[in-house]
Design a protein around this ligand. Structure first.
Ligand code: UDP
Length: 311
């Protein structure tokens, strides 16, 4: 996957051995091709809801397996629910058997369309159990609850991280999310599609910052039994992001306002990261401008490769 490929790379660079498990339902092999240069890297292609293969002994398990883009989890509704429920149970059992630390990658969607702003970890959220995002939001909430059940009853050294919108190189250009859509549109001369009036907000975190937060949350012993927001509090409107991407790409594309996104599109989102600051000594370092520039560099290569294949 997107964040997972950066996480693997960061762990390998620090000299760890890493087993990456992916069924490529939404992940891309191209994201991890370069990781095979590291002797400590191994890929097991597997769907974690199926009976698990014989794994080597692990001392850390990061569970990031799940479709994560709104169009992705709407196509893979039952798969999304299964990977966050049955998949999470299976990995928690592996953690228990190995005495491994466990990190569950949850989401800012656990807060739904929030009525409190910014979102602190103790806010319980405004989530529909049947709405168009429910397969993601509710299965992530179930995954959190299951993680805590294993912590309480089976002594698994677990923590939950709620990841807010993350962007950067290797995020799937075709997964329908805002940043890849806007870059692809700006760089191919199409209008940028703003859903609704563009006044809804998001707070974007560059992927290297997100990954640093995940590793801190895993390695900090005091993070056991904690839920921690990982995200960048720099909140902007969707319209502002479109404008920033037009500026960085130097594109002559226009912006068009289309129908609002299919139901339950959260109107505001910004993490309160006081807990991550205090407990992990973590905060994001990469500014929006710098992060978008790095992302643009990647899209330049990615889109030219696609063009070469097409010609
Ligand atoms: N969005 C948009 N145009 C697009 C894709 C997304 O206006 O082409 C909006 C979407 O409605 C949402 C925000 O951008 O308000 C972020 O959407 P994304 O799918 O990236 O992630 P979400 O935070 O909704 O999971």
């Amino acid at each position: 996957g997107f964040i997972g490929s950066h996480l693997c790379e960061s762990l390998l660079r620090s000299g760890n051995e890493v087993v990456c498990v992916d069924n490529f339902a939404t992940g891309r092999l191209a994201n991890i091709g370069h990781l095979f240069d590291y002797p400590g890297f191994e890929l097991i292609e597997h769907d974690i809801v199926e009976p698990l293969p014989a794994f080597p002994a692990f001392d850390r398990i990061y569970h990031l397996a799940s479709p994560a883009s709104p169009p992705g989890y709407r196509v893979l509704q039952i798969e999304t629910m299964r990977v966050n429920s049955e998949g999470t149970r299976q990995l928690l059992e592996v953690a228990e058997a190995n005495g491994a630390r466990f990190l569950y990658a949850s989401t800012s969607e656990a807060y739904g369309d929030p009525l409190e702003h910014p979102q602190r970890e103790d806010y319980r959220g405004n989530v529909s159990s049947t709405g168009p995002r429910s397969m993601y939001d509710e299965s992530k909430r179930y995954g959190e609850a299951l993680t805590f059940a294993f912590l309480r009853t089976r002594d698994v050294d677990a923590r939950v991280v709620r990841i807010f919108n993350t962007y950067g190189p290797r995020s799937d250009p075709h997964d329908g999310r805002m940043v890849p859509n806007f870059f692809t549109q700006a760089m191919t001369g199409q209008p940028l599609t703003i859903y609704g009036d563009g006044s809804q907000t998001r707070s974007l975190c560059y992927v290297s910052d997100t990954v640093a937060g995940l590793i801190r949350a895993m390695e900090q012993p005091a993070a056991r039994g904690e839920v921690i927001n990982i995200g960048n509090p720099d909140e902007r409107t969707v319209y502002e992001y479109a404008d920033a991407i037009l500026t960085i790409t130097g594109s002559a594309s226009t912006t068009i306002f289309t129908e609002p996104a299919v139901g339950d599109d959260p109107q505001r989102r910004r993490p309160d990261i006081s807990k991550a600051r205090a407990l992990l000594g973590w905060e994001p370092r990469v500014s929006l401008d710098e992060g978008l520039r790095q992302t643009y560099e990647w899209f330049l290569t990615e889109l030219s490769l696609v063009n070469e294949r097409d010609t």
